[in-house]
Design a protein around this ligand. Structure first.
Ligand SMILES: [Fe+2]
Length: 353
C-alpha cells in the first residue's frame, strides 16, 4: 500500500466513523441501515431475481449479484482473502462439493437451516446447503402403459433402440451414475451403463428437453431428464414446439431396484457461505431466507423446482404430472464421493461415442 493510499484509507475510515456516530445519534433502526452482501451465482440471474428481490424487500439488505457462468471455484480461489463474495450459489451436488473441497467455503451453524433442510441434503458440517431439488425422472411416450420404473430398467434389452438421453458426462447424469455406484456397486453400475448404451436410439447428446422432442419425433420411447423441464414445456404457449414436446410425454418417478426406501434420485441447487465472506451474518440471513416458506414457494412457482422444505405447495403442473417426491434417502455427500469414479466409468464404456 502506498503512503498516499494509506492516508486516503485513514480519511475514509474517519468519515465512516463520523457516519456511524451520526447513525447512532439519530437512532435509525438497524433495518434502515444500508446493508449489503455479494452473491456469486452460476444460476442465471433472471431465474433467481424474484428470490433476491423478495429477500431485499424483507431485510433491507442490498444484494450485489455477480453471475459467474464458468470457473466459480477458480475465481474465488484467485481472489483469496480479498474476495468480495459472501454467498456462493450453484446447481449440482458435484459443483457444490468442488467448492467445499476447494476450500472456499466455511461452516455455518443455523437452527433455521438445519430444521428446514433434511440432513441428507446438506453438509454435516454446515459447509453447504440444498435450496431446491430436481428429480431425475423418466420421460416416456404418453401412450406407453408405464406406471412404475426402476433406474436399472433402462438397461433392460426390451428397450433396445428406444432410449434417448443427454451426454453421460453431463453433471446430471454423472450424479445419477454416482448414486447407482452407491446403491449397486461399481461393477453393476458399469453393466448398467453398457446396457443403456446398447439401448440408445441415438447418440447420447443434446439437452434434457430433447428427450421429449425425440419421443414426439418417434425416435425413442423413453429417457431420463430433469423434472423442472416438464413444468417449462407443459406451461409453454399452445402451439409452440416446447408445448408439443411436453404434451407428448408422461412422467414416471423412478426408484432404485435394491433400495427398500423407494426413493427417487435428486440433484440440487444449493449454496454455501464463502470462506472469506466480508458480510458473513448477511450471508447466513440470505440462506435462511431462501429456505423460508415464501422463498420455497417461489422456487416451486417460478422455476418448477421441488422445495427442499416440507409442506410447501408444488407448482400445479408438477403436482399433476409428476407428483409429490419421495427423495432417495442416501446422503448426497455419499453420492458425491463417487462422482469422479462415475465420470471415469462413462468414459470407460464409451457412453458418448
Ligand atoms: Fe437444467
Amino acid at each position: 500500500m502506498t503512503e498516499r493510499s494509506r492516508v486516503q484509507g485513514r480519511a475514509a475510515r474517519a468519515l465512516l466513523g463520523a457516519g456511524a456516530a451520526l447513525l447512532a445519534a439519530t437512532a435509525i433502526p438497524a433495518q434502515a441501515a444500508a446493508d449489503e452482501l455479494t452473491l456469486y451465482t452460476t444460476r442465471e440471474p433472471a431465474l433467481i431475481q424474484p428470490l433476491i428481490s423478495a429477500f431485499s424487500a424483507q431485510s433491507n439488505i442490498k444484494v450485489n449479484t455477480v453471475f459467474v457462468k464458468d470457473g466459480l471455484l477458480e475465481r474465488v480461489k484467485a481472489e483469496g482473502a480479498r474476495s468480495p463474495a459472501d454467498v456462493l450459489m450453484t446447481v449440482d451436488i458435484g459443483n457444490l462439493m468442488d467448492l467445499v473441497d476447494g476450500g472456499v467455503t466455511q461452516p455455518v451453524k443455523s437452527a433455521a437451516l438445519e430444521s428446514a433442510i433434511p440432513a441428507n441434503l446438506r453438509g454435516a458440517d454446515g459447509q453447504w446447503f440444498s435450496l431446491s431439488l430436481r428429480a431425475r425422472v423418466l420421460y416416456a411416450d404418453k401412450n406407453l402403459p408405464l406406471t412404475s420404473f426402476r433406474y436399472e430398467d433402462l438397461a433392460n434389452p426390451k428397450y433396445k433402440g428406444k432410449v434417448c438421453i443427454r451426454s453421460g458426462q453431463h453433471p446430471y447424469n454423472t450424479a445419477l451414475v454416482a448414486s447407482l455406484i452407491a446403491h449397486d456397486g461399481e461393477a453393476k453400475a458399469e453393466q448398467w451403463l453398457r446396457g443403456v448404451k446398447a439401448n440408445l436410439a441415438r447418440k447420447a447428446t443434446g439437452g434434457d428437453r430433447d428427450v421429449a422432442r425425440d419421443i414426439l419425433g418417434g425416435i425413442c420411447d423413453v429417457g431420463l431428464a430433469n423434472s423442472y423441464y416438464v413444468g417449462q414445456m407443459k406451461s409453454a404457449k399452445e402451439g409452440t414446439d416446447a408445448r408439443k414436446w411436453g404434451d407428448a410425454i408422461k412422467v414416471v418417478r423412478p426408484t432404485f431396484a435394491n433400495a427398500k426406501s423407494g426413493g427417487t434420485h435428486v440433484n440440487i441447487s444449493g449454496a454455501a457461505v464463502a470462506k472469506n465472506a466480508p458480510q458473513r451474518a448477511n450471508a447466513v440471513k440470505l440462506l435462511e431466507f431462501l429456505v423460508s416458506e415464501p422463498a420455497q414457494a417461489l422456487y416451486a412457482q417460478t422455476n418448477y423446482e421441488y422445495p427442499v422444505r416440507k409442506g410447501v405447495a408444488l407448482d400445479p403442473i408438477i403436482g399433476q404430472t409428476i407428483g409429490e417426491l419421495k427423495v432417495d434417502p442416501l446422503p448426497l455427500t455419499e453420492i458425491a464421493k463417487y462422482r469422479k469414479q462415475a465420470s471415469a466409468l462413462v468414459d470407460k464404456v464409451g457412453f458418448d461415442q
